[in-house]
Design a binder for this molecule. Structure first.
Ligand code: ZN
Length: 424
C-alpha cells in the first residue's frame, strides 16, 4: 500500500541530486538516498506507512476521505518528508562547501506490521554510520531519552486430526483444545513474571465450524519487556507451555518466530545536542483558528481539550522502565548511536492511532510540526558534521551502554513476508 509514498520521496530525493538505491534488502519500498562522500556519514530515517481503516478528512468531525481506506494515524505521512527535508538542507550546505562528509536518507518501509528497518539492518546498510537520527510525530516536543519495549512476535501452530464432533469425536484430536490449554498456561504465567512484562495474543485460527473437530489452530502472541534479555527469558517459558498444551491435547505443535525488536538504547549526549537545537528552532506557535481546531476535535472525540503544546520543555530523565510500545528504531540503536526527536503534530493528549491524528496531520497543525522536526534535525546534523568531539562523545556513550550485547536480528530466515501489494 505504500508504493506511491515511497516513490514520491525517492523520486524527490533523486531530483534534488541524491543517488538513490531502491529495493534495498529486497524490500520493494525500501530505499537509500545518499549525497556527498567520505566521513563522517550521518543517517536519517523516514517512514511513510499508514494504518488500516483510518482514512479521514482534515476536519474536526469523523469522516473518511475514502471509505475503508487506510489513514496516517501514526503521522508517518509527516515523518518521511520531515526527515528528507533535513537531509536536503544538509545536501545544500555540502554543495556550497560548508559541510563535508556523506548524508544518507533511509526510506524505511512497513514500520507498523513488518519491522522493515530490521530487514534493512540485517542487510548491513546502517553499519558504517557515525550517527543515525529519526523523529516521530507526537503531542510533545522532546529530545527523547526514553527507551521502548523489546518485543518478540510468535505464531504458535497446533496440528491435530479432524473428525465428526458428534458421530466419532474419539477419532479426533482437537488443535483448538491445545490452543486453549496454551492460553490458559500463558494467563497463569502472567502471575510469575516481572511487572514490566506484557503478553498479548489473539486466536488467529480457532477452527471453522462446531461440528468438525479443528485439525488446526493458531495463537498469535507478542511478548514484551523493557529489555531483550527479559523477553528471551519469558519466551523460553512460553515454549514449554506450548509443548505441555500439545501433549495434553495429543497434537503436534510448532512455535514460529515472526519477528522481534530490540528496546531503544538511549544516547544522552546525542539527546543533549538535539535539545539545544529544538530550543533554538522552537517553540511552535499556533493561530487562534488552529487552537480552536485542536479543542473542537478533542471534544468531538470525547476527550478533554487543552489546546496544543508547542513549547520546548526541559529534558526529562530516562524512566527506569520503558513506556508501553515498541519500535524498529530499537534495532538501529544497537548498531549505531541513535538520536530521536518527538515533534508536536496533534493536540495535547491526542489519542494516537486514531482519526484525530490523521485529521491534524493533513492540515497546518501537523505541517508546522513537520517543519519544526525538519529544522531541528537539520541543525543537529550540522553540529554532528562539524563537531568531531561531539561525535566521539556520542560514540563513547553508545559503546558503554551497549556493553557486550551483540545485535542479532530476530527474524526468520529468508526474505521478508511481503503482503500482496494489490490487497486493500
Ligand atoms: Zn509511528
Amino acid at each position: 500500500m505504500e508504493h506511491k509514498s515511497s516513490k514520491a520521496l525517492a523520486d524527490y530525493a533523486e531530483a534534488q541530486g541524491f543517488t538513490v538505491e531502491r529495493n534495498v534488502a529486497d524490500l520493494p519500498t525500501a530505499f537509500i538516498a545518499s549525497y556527498g562522500s567520505g566521513k563522517p556519514i550521518i543517517g536519517i530515517m523516514g517512514e511513510f506507512d499508514a494504518l488500516p481503516g483510518l482514512s479521514q478528512k482534515a476536519q474536526t468531525t469523523k469522516e473518511a476521505l475514502e471509505v475503508d481506506a487506510p489513514g496516517h494515524g501514526c503521522g508517518h505521512n509527516m515523518f518521511g518528508p520531515g526527515s528528507l527535508g533535513a537531509a536536503i538542507a544538509i545536501k545544500e550546505l555540502m554543495e556550497t562547501g560548508q559541510l563535508k562528509g556523506t548524508i544518507r536518507f533511509y526510506g524505511t518501509p512497513a514500520e507498523e506490521d513488518l519491522a522493515g528497518k530490521v530487514y534493512m539492518a540485517r542487510a548491513g546498510v546502517f553499519n558504517d554510520l557515525d550517527v543515525c537520527l529519526d523523529w516521530h510525530p507526537s503531542y510533545l516536543n522532546e529530545a527523547s531519552v526514553q527507551s521502548s519495549q523489546a518485543v518478540t512476535d510468535f505464531s504458535i501452530n497446533f496440528k491435530g486430526k479432524s473428525a465428526h464432533a458428534a458421530a466419532d469425536p474419539w477419532n479426533g484430536r482437537s488443535a483448538l483444545d491445545a490452543a486453549e490449554f496454551f492460553t490458559t498456561g500463558i494467563n497463569s504465567l502472567r502471575e510469575h513474571v516481572k511487572p514490566s512484562v506484557r503478553m498479548h495474543y489473539v486466536y488467529s485460527n480457532a477452527g471453522q465450524v462446531p461440528n468438525v473437530i479443528p485439525a488446526e489452530a493458531s495463537v498469535w502472541l507478542w511478548i514484551r519487556d523493557s529489555k531483550r534479555s527479559g523477553v528471551a527469558e519469558v519466551a523460553a517459558r512460553m515454549k514449554n507451555i506450548a509443548k505441555g498444551a500439545a501433549l495434553m491435547a495429543g497434537v503436534d505443535y510448532e512455535v514460529k518466530l515472526n519477528s522481534g525488536l530490540y528496546e531503544i538504547l538511549v544516547n544522552q549526549a546525542g539527546a543533549n545536542a538535539l535539545q539545544k537545537n529544538i530550543a533554538f528552532v522552537g517553540p511552535i506557535t499556533y493561530t487562534t483558528e488552529e487552537i480552536e481546531f485542536a479543542n473542537n476535535i478533542m471534544k468531538e472525540y470525547g476527550l478533554e481539550a487543552n489546546g496544543i503544546d508547542g513549547s520546548i520543555h526541559e529534558m526529562k530523565e530516562t524512566s527506569k522502565e520503558a513506556v508501553g510500545g515498541s519500535t524498529d528504531v530499537g534495532d538501529i540503536s544497537y548498531i549505531v548511536p541513535e538520536i530521536s526527536l518527538g515533534a508536536v503534530t496533534a493536540p495535547d493528549g491526542s489519542p494516537w492511532h486514531s482519526w484525530v491524528v490523521v485529521a491534524c496531520g493533513g492540515m497546518s497543525i501537523g505541517h508546522k510540526g513537520m517543519l519544526f522536526a525538519s529544522k531541528s534535525l537539520g541543525t543537529t546534523m550540522v553540529d554532528l558534521f562539524e563537531d568531531a568531539t561531539l561525535r566521539a562523545e556520542i560514540k563513547k556513550e553508545f559503546l558503554e551502554r551497549k556493553g557486550a550485547e551483540i545485535w542479532k536480528p530476530m527474524l526468520p530466515d529468508g526474505p521478508a513476508p511481503i503482503p500482496n501489494s494489490k490487497s486493500k
